[in-house]
Structures are given as C-alpha cells and as structure tokens.
Write a protein that binds this ligand. Structure first.
Ligand SMILES: *Cc1c(COP(=O)(O)O)cnc(C)c1O
Length: 392
C-alpha cells in the first residue's frame, strides 16, 4: 500500500459504506462515531476543561447536533456560525464569540440572541463591545509563540501581556465584565509543551488584575490539538499531561477552564474519496510522473498549500487494494489553475500501474476541507456579484 500511516482498520467502516453506497466523487464521508470517541478521549485527557468546538473546522449540521447533544459548547466567528449552532440545539449561553475582529452589528446580533462571552485583543474592539454588548463577559487574547504548528494562525490576532493588562482594566471601566484570558498555539501543534507559555502569561494576568480588584475567572486554552496525519504526532494523552502539569504549576487555584478544539474532533472521522483522472509522465522541467485527481486545492484541500498538511492516502480499484509496486508521483487537482498542485516538492508514493478510475482517499480529512470548499467559510457569506451596463 502507500504511505498510509493511520492503521488500516481505522477506515474499514468508510470502505464498507462506499461499497454499499455508490457515492459520486469527490466527496467527504464522515463517521460521527469517531467524533463521539474523540469527545470521550478529550474529556479523559483534560477532565477540568469544558469543550467549546471551533465551528470553522467543520460546520456540518449533523456534527453540530451530535456535539450539542453530547454537552459540548461552541466557539464561533460570525453570525452565520451562531445561526448554525442555535439550529443544532446549542444554548446561546454556551456559545463563545471567539473572533477578535467583529462588526458592531454582528456583536449586537449575537447579544440579542443571548451570547454573553466575547473575545477581544484591542481597545477599539472593546469600545464596540461596550456599546453593542453592554455588561458582557470579555476575554483577552494574548499572543504566544507558535513554533511547532503546521498551520500557524496566531500572527493575525492577540496582544502583548502588557497591553492585555491595560485592556482588561479598560474593559471594567467601560462597564464590561473582564472575565479571562485566551490564546492560540497555532493549528496542528506538534509540541505538547506549547501551551505552557500562554498558561504562564494568563496566570500573571490573573495576578496583576487581582491586585486591581478584578478577579478573572476563565482560562481559554484555544485550539491546536493535532490530528494523526503521520506517525510522528504524539498521542492526545501527552498533550493532556503537559497541559495538566502546566496548569498545576501556574495556577494553584484552578480557574474555569475551556478548550477549543477545531481540527482534533472531526479530522480523523473524515475521508475524502477522489478519482484518478489522468496519469502521465511529464518531462518538463524534470521527468516526473503526474497523477491528477478530481479533488483539489479549490475543492476543499486548501491546507495542502505549501504542502503544510500531508494527508495520509489510501488507494483502491473497484473497492480492493491495488497490488502493484509503488513509486513517486506528483499529485495534482483537476482545475486549470497552476496553484492546484497538492504535493510536488515532497512527492507521494503511489502504485506504478495507477490508472484513471482508481480511487485515492485522503484520510483524516474531516477538518478544514468541506468548509474551504463551501461558499461561506467560517460563516461569512460569499462575495455577491452585481452586473450592469449602459447608463448608470
Ligand atoms: C480556529 C480556531 C480554533 C480551533 O483551532 P484548531 O487548531 O483547529 O484546534 C480555536 N479557537 C479559535 C479562536 C480559532 O480561531
């Protein structure tokens, strides 16, 4: 077989489903039972933490329903995501508006629907919150080093510890409830020790604000828990241990704790099945075998940008493994855009007699795939177009 690192039987349920149901490719097939198992594992690993699922990783209604029914809460970034959570049965009191960049009218929308927990990282955002969500609980996002993350997302958000102190004081002066601290270690974080810095900063903020008579209550550990794309990813238990130790060290008096997994909960539940469209040998600029499939960068596999996320692959022909020696191949998507190449710098190992009609499965593909392919990533509506001609 190919470079499939996830144990074979892990996707036997998907294979069985595909044999029974002739689904057209490309598509994502998603096993909700895997998510239930991941919720249990996370609760075992960090029992103190309430789970706030980051909806942007996968906003399928059936998934959100399962999470709500399992007692999970939600981290959202837009009114669109609030609507999805409420439709899935979420209690607005269990929704955190974690995006630190919000329109005033979107804050008001959330507040009218009962959302009371908001993140911020700037004075300007606090002013908006004070007028559109008076008295709400606000948590300050601080920056931390994100080395070790395969999909770093932190540079865009967060303030320094020093600014955080001043901003949380300002929140009180504006009539908001300074409630806690949050940070994000970067997505697909490979180093379990990465949470220590943010937990340490939070502890210092708790102490500094307490000296001012402000008692912070919430520590939000953000996202970053990894999916098992390769054998080098440490088990969840290693993350639980590192985080619990760090909490014990910095917080003798444990605060209310939230964790916001996006990728971790749905990733390994999903398989994207694609069909081989063309296999050819190209000689320019160097001789290589190119394999084109009907799933690509613009159809959900956006995290292959810079080959950041290396999905494990499975190959089959008519539902059976392909028994043939393997060799390197460039793997590319179906569109006419030259950015639609999934793996070239680090080619993939694929059967040498691979041919059109064979299936290539992208495993552990249940997070950050369909949302990128859909109109409305992160609950933001797509760009409308208006045409006109003649006199205006
Ligand atoms: C995206 C995001 C998450 C989830 O990150 P993962 O790396 O997928 O776990 C959590 N919190 C916030 C605020 C986010 O933007």
């Amino acid at each position: 077989m190919t470079d499939r690192h996830i144990p074979e039987p892990a996707y036997s349920r998907h294979d069985a489903y595909f044999r029974r149901h002739n689904l057209p490719t490309p598509c994502l097939l998603f096993d909700l039972d895997v998510v239930s198992g991941n919720i249990d594992r996370l609760r075992d690993a960090i029992p103190q933490a309430e789970i706030y699922y980051a909806v942007k990783a996968n906003a399928e209604p059936a998934l959100l329903k399962l999470l709500a029914a399992s007692g999970c809460s939600f981290d959202v970034a837009s009114p669109g995501e609030i609507d999805l959570c409420l439709a899935a049965g979420a209690d607005p009191g269990r929704i955190s508006y974690g995006n630190t960049v919000k329109k005033a009218k979107d804050i008001a929308y959330a507040y009218e629907r009962g959302v009371r927990l908001f993140a911020f990282d700037s004075a300007e955002e606090l002013d908006k919150l004070a007028s559109a969500a008076p008295g709400a609980q606000v948590i300050c996002r601080v920056t931390v080093v994100t080395t070790g993350a395969q999909w770093p997302i932190s540079r865009k958000f967060g303030c320094s510890q020093e600014d955080g102190t001043a901003l949380l004081r300002r929140a009180r002066d504006l009539g908001l409830q300074p409630y806690g601290v949050t940070f994000h270690v970067g997505s697909q974080q490979r180093n379990p020790e990465s949470w220590d810095e943010g937990i340490g900063i939070a502890a210092e903020l708790f102490a500094a604000l307490s000296a001012d008579g402000i008692e912070l209550e919430l520590l939000n550990l953000g996202g970053g828990l990894p999916a098992g794309y390769d054998a080098g990813v440490q088990a969840l238990e290693a993350y639980g241990k590192a985080i619990r130790e760090s909490l014990g060290q910095h917080f003798p008096d444990p605060p209310r704790l939230i964790i916001e997994p996006g990728r971790f909960l749905p990733a390994e539940a999903g398989m994207v099945r694609s069909e081989v469209v063309l296999v050819t040998q190209r000689s320019e600029p160097v001789e290589k075998r190119w394999v084109y499939v009907d799933a690509g960068r613009f159809g959900g596999l956006a995290e292959t940008e810079d080959e950041a996320i290396r999905f494990p692959l499975g190959v089959s022909r008519n539902g059976a493994p392909v028994a043939s020696p393997s060799g390197p191949a460039v793997l590319a998507g179906p569109t006419c855009d030259s950015a639609d190449v999934l793996y070239e710098r680090n080619p993939r190992t694929l059967p040498l007699d691979l041919r059109p009609g064979d299936h290539i499965d992208f495993l552990a593909a249940g997070a950050y795939t369909v949302p990128y392919a859909s109109v409305g990533f992160n609950g933001f509506p797509p760009l409308p177009a208006y045409c006109f001609s003649g006199e205006v």
